[in-house]
Design a protein around this ligand. Structure first.
Ligand SMILES: NC(=O)c1ccc[n+]([C@@H]2O[C@H](COP(=O)([O-])OP(=O)(O)OC[C@H]3O[C@@H](n4cnc5c(N)ncnc54)[C@H](OP(=O)(O)O)[C@@H]3O)[C@@H](O)[C@H]2O)c1
Length: 322
């Protein structure tokens, strides 16, 4: 079978599709025939050895993937032929993958495999960030940085599904177009976003900021918060890890909250399944409808990762296998 492997820790050019033996599943695992593989920022970080998890080389890349169950253990809740999406710390990039049932999620009819591969990482992260960490309430306002990206688009849709008003921050008109199409209530360009947000909210500020960028945006993100606002630290695509002067938190009664979904969720049996169940009504009603950006044949995995690295990605990038 084909296996997407990191063979050198040098970024996209060190990722290759190689032949590998098919896995055998343990009694507890579900065997999944993979049709689509999502590309995400953690894949890019892993290809450089910059992620929290550092497997020995060579290792199989792949966090998000979707396909059809070939075999499942009795009592797992899955059976041969089921359409599923899956999420692993790494290792989902192959024609056939053995997955613990806790990391397998049922995909409703009508959701394509491309969209299914766009769901687990980004939407479970968004749900964890907005509900568990921010305690988002209906009617609050959520600002999303990097809003046209994977976590960004997911955060916009989940926030809307939870009854919030959304402000999408993007870097280009093309990205603005995408997030308008997703129903963002307001779209502002990253350049000068603080002034735009103050104007939109009549000076009040926003209740929650979802920050996947970090870097230079951080201080203005704090300034954009309303009293009792929460800034969610989700990622650092901007490259620099910001520091916070805590007097700012005191002055405006605000919080900075870390969001580390994977390590938390994957260590708690049943946590991800419960999250998925809470999102299913939004998936079936279409409130959650992940925008799939470019799709590539799996052999072009290095190009897909390079495009993400070069900030060219709109929505979720997907590789096709099946
Ligand atoms: N904490 C968690 O639990 C968790 C879970 C999943 C992902 N993450 C993290 O969340 C972040 C976003 O992941 P993603 O999959 O959504 O990535 P993505 O699809 O590439 O989106 C990231 C967005 O960041 C913005 N950006 C700003 N400066 C950038 C730069 N120098 N290079 C590239 N993009 C830049 C881009 O939007 P503009 O061009 O519009 O600014 C881009 O759309 C990553 O850091 C990832 O590791 C964290």
């Amino acid at each position: 079978m084909r296996s997407v492997q990191v063979v050198r820790l040098e970024g996209p050019s060190g990722v290759e599709v190689r032949e590998a033996p098919e896995p055998t599943r343990s009694d507890a695992e579900v065997l999944v025939e993979v049709h689509t593989l999502g590309i995400s920022w953690p894949d890019l970080l892993q290809s450089r050895g910059q992620y929290q998890i550092k497997p020995d080389l060579p290792f199989q890349l792949g966090v998000d993937f979707a396909g059809v169950v070939r075999e499942a253990p009795p009592g797992s809740g899955f059976a041969a032929g089921d359409r599923v999406a899956c999420c692993l710390p790494y290792g989902g990039g192959a024609d056939l993958v053995a997955v613990p049932p806790d990391s397998v999620f049922p995909v409703p009819d009508g959701v394509t495999f491309a969209k299914a591969a766009a769901l687990p990482l980004n939407y479970l992260t968004a749900q964890f960030a907005l509900q568990t960490r921010a305690g988002l309430r209906e009617g609050e306002t959520v600002l999303v940085h990097g809003a046209a990206g994977g976590v960004g688009t997911a955060s916009l849709q989940v926030a809307r599904g939870l009854g919030a008003r959304t402000v999408a921050v993007v870097s280009t008109e093309e990205k603005a177009e995408l997030v308008r199409g997703l129903g963002a209530d307001h779209v502002v360009l990253v350049e000068g976003f603080l002034a735009a947000v103050k104007e939109l909210t009549d000076g009040a500020g926003v209740d929650v900021v979802v920050d996947v960028v970090g870097g230079d945006l951080f201080t203005d993100s704090l300034r954009a918060l309303a009293p009792l606002g929460r800034l969610l630290v989700v990622g650092f695509t901007g490259g620099r890890i910001p520091e916070v002067k805590v007097n700012r938190l005191l002055l405006n009664n605000t919080d900075v909250r870390g969001v580390g979904w994977g390590a938390y969720a994957m260590a708690r049996p049943g946590f991800m399944s419960a999250q998925w169940d809470s999102l299913l009504p939004m998936i079936t009603s279409g409130v959650i409808d992940p925008p799939v950006g470019r799709t590539y044949p799996v052999e072009e995995v290095a190009s897909a990762l390079s495009d993400m690295d070069a900030r060219r990605v709109l929505g979720k990038t997907v590789l096709t296998l099946g």
